[in-house]
Design a protein around this ligand. Structure first.
Ligand SMILES: NC(=O)c1ccc[n+]([C@@H]2O[C@H](COP(=O)([O-])OP(=O)(O)OC[C@H]3O[C@@H](n4cnc5c(N)ncnc54)[C@H](O)[C@@H]3O)[C@@H](O)[C@H]2O)c1
Length: 265
């Protein structure tokens, strides 16, 4: 299928930098009109201004029930229809089962419930029109887990599960869903992931623009799973076919890593 995004209305959450900013740039280049959301108002405005007239900065929390409602309402005012919604904002919290409750709360809200709350507002209109695209920026950690970061590993699995669920439920009714699952991407999230995170992800990290390009290829091919690191597919298959062997490998990898110092609150 040839992608025709000219004039389409797109929302990208967490687009003040990193992967979200790269998505916004790619959608604008394809002729779409883009709402650039971020918690950081200055960052959202700077990205929107750098991308020209077809962008609108809408600052705010893209995770809480009120925040998502305000974002969708404001986006509809700017765009009319929302054709594509990229639930991209995410937080990386490290730690074990003992990490502070607020690390779990923010992880569930931003990494999972943000997606559920947006879908709740968007799906009815998309079903009526028979079209709509939901992009979930998940992570390879949603397919393969990650040592040292229980809140991130668990909530990214949930985000992946929700994207799958949306696709299996509405995929034959015109709603396209894409789950983007990179390993390391050169953004502030990677730079602040501590010694262990950097040791794990930096060597094979890709650029945010590579992730956007792979998303666009997947949209063209109407493919659910977007893997900027294709080797993730092999590891995912191994995990499914021999869980004990895979867990032994993960334990070896965790043992070889320095202590995780990713944000824990
Ligand atoms: N960088 C990586 O290595 C990597 C790898 C796999 C997946 N991801 C995922 O990609 C997505 C984007 O990550 P990134 O690397 O660009 O991160 P980043 O930290 O560089 O940028 C994330 C942006 O989201 C914003 N944000 C955070 N919470 C928000 C909220 N509640 N509402 C609105 N905006 C909010 C932040 O202000 C920030 O500008 C995340 O979901 C992340 O988990 C990143």
């Amino acid at each position: 299928m040839t992608l025709d995004l000219a004039g389409r209305g797109v929302v990208v959450t967490g687009a003040g930098r990193g992967i979200g900013a790269a998505y916004a740039k790619a959608f604008v280049a394809a002729g779409a009109r883009v709402v650039v959301n971020d918690l950081d108002a200055g960052a959202a405005t700077a990205v929107a201004e750098s991308l020209g007239d077809n962008t609108f900065a809408v600052a705010g929390d893209a995770s809480s029930e009120d925040g998502v409602a305000a974002l969708v309402q404001s986006a509809r005012q700017h765009l009319g229809e929302i054709d594509v919604y990229c639930a991209n904002a995410g937080v990386a919290r490290g730690g074990t089962e003992a990490v502070a409750q607020k690390a779990w709360d923010v992880s569930w809200n931003v990494n999972v419930m943000a997606h559920v709350r947006a879908a709740k507002l968007l799906v009815p209109g998309w079903l009526e029109r028979g079209s709509g695209t939901f992009v979930a920026t998940v992570s390879a950690a949603g397919l393969l887990s990650i040592p040292g970061a229980a809140p991130y590993a668990v909530t990214k699995h949930a985000a992946y599960a929700f994207a799958e669920w949306l696709s299996m439920t509405y995929g034959d009714k015109g709603i396209r869903v894409h789950a983007v699952c990179p390993q390391g991407v050169r953004t502030d999230m990677l730079w602040s992931s501590g010694t262990a995170g950097r040791a794990l992800m930096e060597p094979d990290a890709v650029d945010p623009d590579d992730v956007a390009r792979d998303l666009f290829t997947a949209m063209e091919e109407e493919r659910f799973l977007v893997l900027p690191h294709p080797e993730v597919a092999t590891m995912y298959a191994r995990r499914a076919s021999d869980p004990d062997r895979w867990l032994a490998g993960m334990r070896r990898m965790a043992g070889a890593l320095p202590a995780v110092t990713m944000g824990t609150d």
